[in-house]
Structures are given as structure tokens and as C-alpha cells.
Design a protein around this ligand. Structure first.
Ligand code: BES
Ligand code: MN
Ligand code: ZN
Length: 494
């Protein structure tokens, strides 16, 4: 979809969108449109329960469609509410045959929001909401296919909004890449093919290295390799580097769980819903999308992204419950449950990242535990960290872009829950199922070498079963906008 900004209406679009404030107060543009249409706008409002509540909509279908959108109370807009308004407009218009729309909503502001930001955030919401994964639909009826191609946002600050939107568009491209990778089935996306997708970023200036099994063997990554050994597909570790700042600036780093399919292995999962485990590479998908966003917008920061790619399968060569593996860190792990595989992959990926790059901090993302969904549902992701400042910055970034984080504790007293009888640590608790997400994080902590670190358990938010404000059902790309904002707010050189 093409999105642009203009300071004057052209009145050529298939649909005209205007805003209505709380208590059905017409905005300037709605007032003008009402006058030009013989009072139709006011009439329609009166004949319906339309109050101008945020996100409320009303469609008048004349020769040219008129769409009224509720903006809520004047002066109280936020980035999140603007995103949602844009998303709402896109959703409604995409259900019509309209190809073009002119959005006449100016004067939208809030505490931390001027008019040009509001316009850009609305446009970003519309763009994010418009993405769909339809490459495998060969028989979709024409009236189910969205037709909307062009959106023009009318604002006196068109030049400024265009500039702001440029960066937002780059970030959206990153989000879309993540969503695409996460949506693809596991016969298409497996460690090698996902590594190839990551390697596409070289044309944007990202340095990409792909480590094969032999190389990982040499490095001693027995935990990661153990997970992949039952699969016919070879495992990979991908290292991506975006160097947008001075060489002297110490990099920051992001690590992703990339289990391209998680059957559970010999500790096999039940059949019902197992297809969902194609998105168990969601953490890795976010890191790839983030690297794309950063390189597209030429972020002035040095970032390392490391993703551990494996397929967790049962088979004659699969790892058995009770196997002991040796990690790159030298620590040994007793694998009591082959379905707790993500932490095994991350154990080696985290150790490798801190050992090779000595970054300022590491943030890992992983669809790590079902327990985090029990705790938080699909609204917040879990945050676990040994560092208060990093945690605060992550939570603040998350609030801004509505990719929210809830912090959980780490504590040494949880360590005994994962004591092993024969190795340094076990990958799960032997009997109890209490605090499953915390013990997983506590396990990861052993492989961070006490570097500032945060673990985001995104199992509840990487995928959505219902349409959201800026995302249709399916892969969300949760994390790309969050990490991009963490970086732009805190770690970019001027
Ligand atoms: N990939 C799963 C976690 C998961 C579950 C992600 C549901 C998304 C939706 C992970 O590898 C796993 O299987 N975790 C186990 C851990 C258990 C064996 C300690 C779990 O959560 O049941
Ligand atoms: Mn698993
Ligand atoms: Zn998994």
C-alpha cells in the first residue's frame, strides 16, 4: 500500500475519512464535509449511536464513501491510540471495493504527541494492519481480496509527517519480514532456509555469517547440537552484524530462539495444536526483522544479532531424556525433558554472543514456555533480567509501542529446583511444575556470564488467534517495534 501526506485535500479518492471527537463533536474537517453534503454527516451521527468514542466508526455510502472515525477526547491522543485509529480505518476500507482513501484528520494531539507525530502514527497503524499472508491462497474470491492501494493523510504538517513516517515505514518492513518468516510452514522454513533468509540482509549492508554443524562442534555447542540431532535438517547458528556507529562503540546484542519446528522430540507433544510449533522460531524471526529495520533506516548503532536454528524432532538419532550434553561454556546439562529445548539452544547462543562480542548487554527473545501464557495470556510478554536499568528501558519502549512487558523475578533460591543428580544443571524441574517460566529464565542466567541481560518470553504474544489493533490474526512480529524503540530512545549516536 502506498501512503503519503498532503497539506491540502484533493477530493479524488474513493473514500473520505474524517474524525469525530468524544460526545459527537465534529472536527473542523467533519464540519466542512457536513456542509458540503447537505448536513448528511450530522444526520448520520444522530440516526446512529455514534459518540465519537475512540475507535468507533460509521460509514455513509454515497457515490463517494464517507467514513467517520471516533477520535476520543480532544488532546488525549497517544501513539498507541493513533496507531489503532489508523488500523481501524484500514480494516474498514479493506472490506470495501475502494482503492483509495483521503484521511482528513488533522489537529490530533496529546501530551507527548504533536500533530505531525499523530499523522505519522495513524499512517503506521494503517500500514501495519494492512499486512496479510496470502501467498498460499490460490482460490480466494475477488471480494475477499483487499483493494485499498492508496492512502493520503491530510495534515498542515505534511512535510514533517512524511519525514517521520519514513523511519516508521522502515520499521514496518522489518515487522513484515518477521511476520512472513513466522507464518511460513516448517517444510519451507527450516534451519538452512531460515539462515538463507537472514543472509538476504547482506544486500542492505548487514554482515551475515552462517555457522554449520561442524563449526559448532568445534566451538563445543553440545546443547544446541543435541536438540537438532534427531532432525534430517542440519542445525545452524547465524550471526548478523549491523555497524551503523563508530567502530569504537561497543555493540549491543540480541539473541533469538529459532526452533523451526518443535515436536517436543522424544518427550513428544500431543497432536492437537502441534502445528502451532512452526512459530517456535519466533524469537529468531524478530531478530532478523529487527536487523532489517535497523539497516533500512540506517540506525546509528552497532548491533549484533545471533540466532540458534534447530528442528526438534524424534527419530533414531534423537536426543533421549536423561542424556547429558556439554555446553560451550563448559557446564554440563542433564536433558530430563527433550521438549524443554529452547533453553538448550539459548545456552550456547548466549554464551557464544558474550564470549565473542563482549556486548554492552544481551537481550534474548524466545517462545520459551507455555507457562508464560498461563501467567500473562496474550497481552504482555514476560521480562526476566539481572539489570534494573535495562529492564526499565525495555518496559518504557514497550509501553510506547504497545508491545508490553511484565517483569518477573529471578532469585538464586530457584536454582535448586533445577539441580541435577549427575550433571551441573537439569533442563527442567524433576517433578514440580511451579514457576515454569522463572526456572527457565533462571536456567538461562547460568549462560550469561553475568553480563547485563534480559530474557523476553514471547510465547504468548508471537502469534494471535484474533485480530488486534495493528495486526490481523496470525504472526504479530511482536518485539521488532519494541527493540527498535529501545534502540532509538537509548542507544543511537547523534
Ligand atoms: N516451544 C515451547 C513453548 C511454547 C508453548 C511456545 C506453547 C508457544 C506456545 C517450549 O519448547 C516447550 O515445549 N516448553 C515446555 C517446557 C516444559 C517441558 C518444561 C512447556 O512449556 O510445556
Ligand atoms: Mn519444546
Ligand atoms: Zn520450543
Amino acid at each position: 500500500m502506498k501512503i503519503s501526506f498532503s497539506s491540502s485535500p484533493a477530493n479524488k479518492a474513493d473514500a473520505i475519512v474524517v474524525g469525530v471527537l468524544k460526545d459527537a463533536v465534529l472536527t473542523k474537517e467533519a464540519e466542512e464535509l457536513d456542509k458540503a453534503n447537505g448536513g448528511q454527516v450530522r444526520q448520520a451521527i444522530e440516526h446512529n449511536y455514534f459518540k465519537g468514542e475512540e475507535g468507533q466508526t460509521l460509514s455513509l455510502n454515497g457515490a463517494q464513501r464517507i467514513l467517520l472515525v471516533g477520535l476520543g477526547a480532544k488532546g488525549e491522543a497517544t501513539e498507541v491510540s493513533c496507531n489503532a485509529i489508523g488500523g481501524k480505518i484500514a480494516t474498514l476500507l479493506r472490506a470495501t471495493p475502494d482503492k483509495s482513501a483521503e484521511v482528513r484528520i488533522s489537529g490530533l494531539t496529546g501530551k507527548a504527541l504533536n500533530e505531525e507525530k499523530a499523522a505519522s502514527h495513524m499512517a503506521a497503524g494503517a500500514l501495519l494492519k494492512s499486512w496479510r499472508f496470502d501467498k498460499y491462497r490460490t482460490k480466494e474470491p475477488a471480494d475477499k481480496k483487499p483493494k485499498l492501494e492508496n492512502m493520503v493523510f491530510i495534515t498542515p504538517k505534511a512535510t514533517e509527517a512524511t519525514k517521520l513516517f519514513e523511519a516508521a515505514q522502515h520499521v514496518a518492513e522489518g515487522v513484515f519480514f518477521t511476520r512472513e518468516l513466522v507464518s511460513e510452514p516448517a517444510n519451507i522454513i527450516y534451519p538452512e532456509s531460515l539462515a538463507a533468509k537472514a543472509s538476504e540482509l547482506t544486500k542492505l549492508g548487514v554482515k551475515v555469517e552462517v555457522l554449520d554443524e561442524k563449526k559448532m562442534q568445534e566451538l563445543g555447542m553440545g546443547a544446541l547440537l543435541g536438540v537438532g540431532q534427531g532432525s534430517a535438517r542440519e542445525s545452524r547458528l547465524v550471526v548478523m552484524q549491523w555497524n551503523g556507529a563508530d567502530k569504537k562503540v561497543q555493540p549491543i546484542s540480541f539473541v533469538g530462539k529459532g526452533v523451526t519446528f518443535d515436536t517436543g522430540g522424544i518427550s513428544i507433544k500431543p497432536a492437537g495444536g502441534m502445528e502451532e510449533m512452526k512459530w517456535d522460531m519466533g524469537g529468531a524471526g524478530v531478530i532478523i526483522g529487527l536487523m532489517k529495520a535497523l539497516s533500512l533506516r540506517k540506525a546509528k548503532v552497532n548491533v549484533v544479532g545471533v540466532i540458534g536454528l534447530v528442528e526438534n524432532m524424534p527419530g533414531g538419532n534423537a536426543q533421549r531424556p536423561g542424556d547429558v550434553v556439554k555446553t560451550m561454556s563448559g557446564q554440563t546439562i542433564e536433558v530430563l525433558n527433550t521438549d524443554a529445548e529452547g533453553r538448550l539452544v539459548l545456552a550456547d547462543a548466549l554464551w557464544y554472543t558474550q564470549d565473542r562480542f563482549k556486548p554492552q548487554f544481551m537481550v534474548d527473545l524466545a517462545t520459551l514456555t507455555g507457562a508464560i501464557i498461563i501467567a500473562l495470556g496474550h497481552e504482555y510478554a514476560g521480562l526476566f533480567s539481572n539489570n534494573d536499568e535495562l529492564s526499565k528501558r525495555l518496559m518504557e519502549a514497550g509501553e510506547q509501542v504497545d508491545e508490553k512487558l511484565c517483569r518477573f523475578p529471578l532469585h538464586k533460591n530457584y536454582d535448586k529446583d533445577i539441580d541435577s543428580d549427575i550433571a551441573d544443571v537439569a533442563n527442567v524441574q524433576k517433578t514440580a511444575r511451579a514457576a515454569g517460566s522463572i526456572t527457565a529464565a533462571q536456567f538461562l542466567k547460568r549462560f550469561t556470564n553475568d553480563l547485563p541481560w534480559a530474557h523476553l518470553d514471547i510465547a504468548g504474544v508471537a502469534w494471535t488467534h484474533k485480530d488486534l489493533a495493528v495486526c490481523e490474526k496470525g504472526a504479530t512480529g511482536y518485539g521488532v517495534r519494541l527493540l527498535d524503540r529501545l534502540i532509538s530512545d537509548n542507544y543511537e549516536s547523534k
